[in-house]
Design a protein. Structure first.
Length: 139
């Protein structure tokens, strides 16, 4: 008998998803980005402000996504301040590798909360939404 996949929707994931309200989307912020998961249809809109060095100084999120997508957005939002486009692109690549089994879990704080999503390929697109939306927003 094969082992069942790990539980996806844990209390920690659900708490992260509801905690996303800490970062309300702000259409008045100067940069706006969007991303959509091809695998599940989840969408995410991200508003960003940058500091003089081109690093994230503020952000807001509007997610129409499953709890994994919302939890991923909260994980992103909690650690994105101070990051620049190159760091976000590098993180996105590392997360894609991790989800596909080609790499270890990246150092982005909080990803351990959604580690079970690696066993659910249909949720990989939802995990990637905030990084893709941020890169879409950046000049």
């Amino acid at each position: 008998m094969s082992a069942s996949p790990p539980k996806l929707y844990t209390p920690q994931v659900l708490a992260l998803a509801t905690g996303l309200a800490r970062w309300p989307h702000d259409p008045a912020m100067p940069l706006q980005g969007r991303a959509r998961s091809q695998s599940c249809g989840s969408t995410l809109a991200l508003s960003l402000e940058l500091d003089e060095q081109g690093r994230i100084a503020g952000l807001g999120v509007a997610a129409q996504a499953c709890a994994i997508g919302q939890a991923s957005a909260a994980i992103f939002a909690a650690a994105a301040e101070g990051k620049n486009g190159q760091e976000l692109a590098s993180s996105l690549s590392a997360i894609e590798d991790w989800l596909s089994g080609k790499g270890e879990m990246p150092a982005w704080p909080g990803l351990d909360a959604i580690a079970a999503a690696t066993a659910y390929p249909a949720r990989h697109g939802a995990v990637l939404l905030p990084w893709k939306a941020a890169l879409d927003a950046l000049p």
